[in-house]
Structure formats: C-alpha cells, structure tokens
Design a protein around this ligand. Sequence first.
Ligand code: B16
Ligand code: MG
Length: 217
Amino acid sequence: MWGFIFDLDGVITDTAKYHYLAWKTIADELEIPFTEEINERLKGVSREKSFEIILEVGNRLDMKSEERAKWCEKKNKLYVDYIKQMKKDEVLPGVRVFLEKIRKGGDCIALGSASKNSKLILERLELQKAFDVIVDGTMVTKAKPDPEVFLQGAKKMHINPENCIVFEDSTAGIEAAHKGGMKTVGIGDAKILRKADGVIAGFEGWTPEKIVEEVLF
Ligand code: B16
Ligand code: MG
C-alpha cells in the first residue's frame, strides 16, 4: 500500500499568484524590489522565512521580531482576502480525477503543506473530504526543508516513509521529502526540480499506477 502526500500551493492549486500579489504590496510599502525570481525562493517556505528572504534582499535584516510579525500579519490579511474569493475550478487540471483514482485503488492520501491557511483553501476548492490526513503549517514546528510535515503525514496514515510518494513544486519540499526517506515527484520544471526522483508538468493524463511504474522506477 502506498501513501500519496500532496503539497498544496503549486500542486493542488496555484495560490502562488496570491502570495505574490500580497508580498509585492508589502515589499512596495517597504520600498524593497520584488521580482519573480525572489518569488520563486518563497515557494514552500513558511510565512516568516518568506519575509526574511524579502528583508535580506532589501538589506533590512535588522528589523525587530515584533515589527516583522506586524508585516507578516498584514501580508496574511491581504492573502486571505484573495483566497476567500477562490472558486472550486481553481483546482489544477487533472488533480480531482487523480485523487479519485487513488481513493478507488485503496491507497492513502495526505496533505503536507507549509500553509496555515490550508483549511480555508480546501474549503473553497471543496476538497476537504479528498484527504484522509491533513498536516499543515498550524501543526508543525519546523518548516520545509525539514521533513517534519511529511513524517507526520506518514505517521498519521500508518505508512512507512519509504512507501510514501510526495508531490511537490518547491525545491525546499523535495529536499524535505528526501530527508524523510520518501520518494518524490516534482510538479513543474525539471530544470528547477532536478533533485526529484521524477518530474511531471501536471496531473493530466497520469494515473497513480503510471506514476509508480514510469516515473519512480
Ligand atoms: P501561509 P505549500 C506554502 O504552501 C507556500 O508555498 C509558501 O509560499 C507560503 O509562504 C507557505 O505555504 C506559508 O503559507 O502564509 O498561508 O501560512 O506549498 O507548502 O502548500
Ligand atoms: Mg508548494
């Protein structure tokens, strides 16, 4: 039996664009340049770490933790306003069918996300019932690339890490899954996700069996 663990942002849905818009507003207010390249570095990492990367770019690492917390809170309010408007058709192509196929095959499904907003996002996408286990940023103490989020997922599914397959769009997430002893499938660009065991562009046309046979072995 396999345990399939899915990252949320960039794998199930594209919330990266909303993170980008919210962080861009914050960076503009702080007069820190914010590019797509910086945005790439924020994928998969926690809110606080994301802000630290932005401060590093702007040479503002001297900012005190209370002030950092205020900016992170402001960013989150902007972000939540975007995700409250999400529609269920914002699930990425092929994902719903892929999840249904795993269910039918009797394997286990977990969410392993760094986001503290995963509950709201899954509600908006009407996907709450698609997962047997949910582990997100509200439940872990160590962020990706630490394997904690995925190890908790495996434990809650009662499946050994070596029998877990993690789907991730970020390099931090691929590193986390490997550290946890799991197999990895990158979602996106093979040049960026070159450390993954296999990379696919998206779920359309894939079945769980085909992933195991053609991508991992
Ligand atoms: P929040 P994932 C991650 O989600 C995002 O990729 C990352 O950009 C974000 O900073 C992080 O969640 C925290 O999100 O501010 O909502 O708690 O890719 O691990 O599903
Ligand atoms: Mg992600």
